[in-house]
Design a binder for this molecule. Structure first.
Ligand SMILES: Cc1ncc(C[n+]2csc(CCOP(=O)(O)OP(=O)(O)O)c2C)c(N)n1
Ligand SMILES: [Mg+2]
Length: 590
């Protein structure tokens, strides 16, 4: 039997007890990691405190699971591991969480204070490694402060929306002291400056073609409804920021799809016409607004109103007219209130704008349906006589079969990126992606964490075969811990996204990009999951539906999708140059 009542008032207890009580005070129910002796004294108390400890295959997986958990639950994701190698295995996952603004608390026990610096067992300096990828690092410098500093790490992860590190010398779990378990401090972000709100409202009131760019901050602040209200008041088209496709309901007449890599042409066409853009809850990261589909769509002469909870993001990447340091939801509500009952310039051309939205959306939808395969020379060569499915057609079938309240995570790869055009959601906290850190191997562990946060929702990961090699070990976690999810693996026998660069810039000289794979379905079955090979378009929808159904019975399924080697547009056309060779021996490598 567990007891979730937190000890009140100053009480004598051990540091392990104070630490665990502080986790409970912060609502922690699940911790991901791999056991180690360094924190075992505290771990021993988890069951009694009502905390589930979920052992993973790799600490990177645990970090991504904590990240996925936090994004779906809207509260902390927690991971913990052994000092030294267990902690260094967290690096990639914490960097991803940092750029995704996920409130992950990473607990890093470190070597004991009496041997530190002597180069003993599993010793490394654990704070510098994470100094640039955490919002706050709490180091317990005295066991009497373990509750205080643990509490602060939880407070700061929410306040600054990002990962924090709780570093505890392993000998500081022992002893006996007086503690008061701190109450969590949760600070409400306001709507932004009064004058800035006034200026923003004036800009919107006078705008002839306002467009709302709805970002991750809208999801994180539970602000989708507020964003919908404001959009309806203005009748403004709404585009989502890159990989935040769940920041506006896709069935809404004002929804125009995501911007950025493999995003919606309709959204891009419409924002290019804007005279005022309200960038709501987005840092306007540089990758998210790169030209796409041959469209350099960012409206350079438009007035930009940017709302971000982190004031340092305001005007950092794009020139802005007004900056609101505030919460996306509060800002949307405040702007709606200010604009209600006011004369709005955009109401004069409402019909014309509504027609444009409809026309752009219809055109893009038609184009997507007709875009059955890639048409560049390499892709045409690859699909000649190929029996496998075209990735785009397969993605369209998946899109149609995704259950209504599904959570989808996507990895980094060519097909995963193309899927951006085929992922629409009705509710927030539904899409998980590796975001701007862009690490392969993210999607599968992230969706496992998501499933722990929302066991009743279907959970689906889209993963390329290369990235799958990095992450499929976590099937064991699904099976051992009974966390049923569905992995859709795009088997194209290549590190496709990188191969695309070799096609475009290196005359199809393929170095390190071809993959020979075993049967991923058979591997899944040998690990205790279900494994299904799908090689016909007609089977895609039913296979996905069955796999989602199987989650209800506790079954994890790997769908191995046999697809051609064709490739969509590359990630970084902006960042590569045609090769130049000066030495005779390399002269042919152009
Ligand atoms: C950890 C990591 N290593 C390397 C890369 C570089 N990279 C980006 S996409 C990609 C290829 C992905 O291949 P796959 O998962 O098979 O998907 P595909 O592109 O074939 O659809 C690689 C290697 C990366 N993003 N992350
Ligand atoms: Mg691949």
């Amino acid at each position: 039997m567990s007891n979730r009542n937190v000890t009140q008032g100053r009480t004598r207890m051990t540091p392990s007890e104070a630490f665990v009580e502080t986790l409970v005070a912060n609502g922690v129910t699940d911790v991901f990691g791999i056991v180690g002796s360094a924190c075992m004294d505290a771990l021993d108390l988890f069951p009694a405190a009502g905390i589930r400890y979920i052992p993973t295959v790799h600490e990177q997986g645990a970090g991504h699971m904590a990240d996925g958990f936090s994004r779906i639950a809207g509260r902390h994701g927690v991971c913990m591991a052994q000092n030294g190698p267990g902690i260094t295995n967290f690096v990639t996952a914490i960097a991803a969480a940092y750029w995704a603004h996920s409130p992950v608390v990473m607990i890093t026990p470190e070597s004991g204070t009496m041997t530190m610096g002597l180069g003993g067992f599993q010793e490394t300096e654990q704070l510098p490694i994470f100094s640039k990828i955490t919002k706050f690092q709490g180091h317990v410098n005295n066991p009497r402060r373990i509750a205080e500093i643990t509490g602060r790490c939880f407070d700061r992860a929410m306040l600054d929306m990002g990962p924090t590190q709780l570093n505890i010398p392993r000998d500081y779990f022992y002893g006996e002291y007086e503690y008061e378990i701190p109450q969590p401090i949760r600070i409400e972000h306001g709507a932004g400056g009064t004058q800035a709100l006034q200026e923003a409202a004036d800009l919107l009131a006078n705008a002839k073609f306002p467009v709302i760019l709805s970002g991750g901050g809208v999801v994180m602040s539970n602000g989708v409804e507020a964003c919908v209200k404001l959009a309806e008041l203005l009748d403004a088209p709404v585009v989502s920021s890159y990989l935040h496709n769940d920041s506006f309901p896709a069935s809404h007449r004002l929804w125009c799809g995501p911007l950025g890599y493999q995003g919606s042409k309709a959204g891009m066409e419409l924002i290019s016409k804007a005279d005022v853009v309200l960038a709501l809850g987005t840092r306007l990261g540089p990758f998210g607004t790169l030209p796409q589909h041959g469209l350099d769509y960012w409206p350079k002469n438009a007035k930009i109103i940017q709302v971000d909870a982190d004031p340092k993001m305001l005007g950092l990447v794009k020139k802005i007219s007004v900056g609101l340091a505030g919460d996306a939801r509060s800002a949307a509500l405040a702007l709606t209130q200010q604009l209600q009952g006011r004369q709005l310039a955009c109401h004069a051309n409402r019909e014309e704008r509504t027609a444009q939205i409809r026309q752009q959306k219809d055109a893009w939808s038609k184009e997507l349906t007709e875009w059955t395969h890639e048409k560049d020379p390499y892709s045409l060569d690859m699909i000649r006589n190929a029996a496998e499915m075209h990735p785009r057609q397969m993605l369209r079938e998946l899109e149609k079969a995704l259950p209504k309240n599904v959570m989808v995570s996507t990895d980094i790869g060519n097909i995963c990126s193309v899927s951006n055009s085929y992922l629409r959601f009705e509710q927030p906290r539904s899409m998980l992606a590796a975001m701007s850190f862009g690490n392969c191997g993210y999607a599968f562990p992230a969706v496992i964490g998501a499933k722990v946060a929302a066991p009743d929702r279907p959970a689906v990961a889209y993963v390329g075969d290369g990235a799958w090699g990095m992450s499929f070990g976590e099937i064991l976690t699904c099976v051992r811990e009974k966390i049923p999810v569905t992995a859709v693996v795009f088997h194209n026998r290549q590190w496709g996204a990188e191969k695309k660069n070799q096609v475009d810039f290196y005359s199809r000289r393929f170095v390190g990009t071809d993959l020979e794979n075993p049967s991923f379905a058979a591997i899944a079955r040998s690990m205790g999951a279900e494994g299904i090979v799908v090689d016909k378009l007609g089977d895609v929808g039913s296979a996905l539906a069955a796999a989602c159904e199987a989650q209800l019975k506790g079954k994890t399924t790997v769908l191995e999708m046999m697809v051609t080697r064709e490739l969509g547009d590359p990630f970084r056309r902006d960042a590569l140059s045609m090769p130049v060779r000066k030495l005779e021996k390399y002269k042919d490598y152009v």
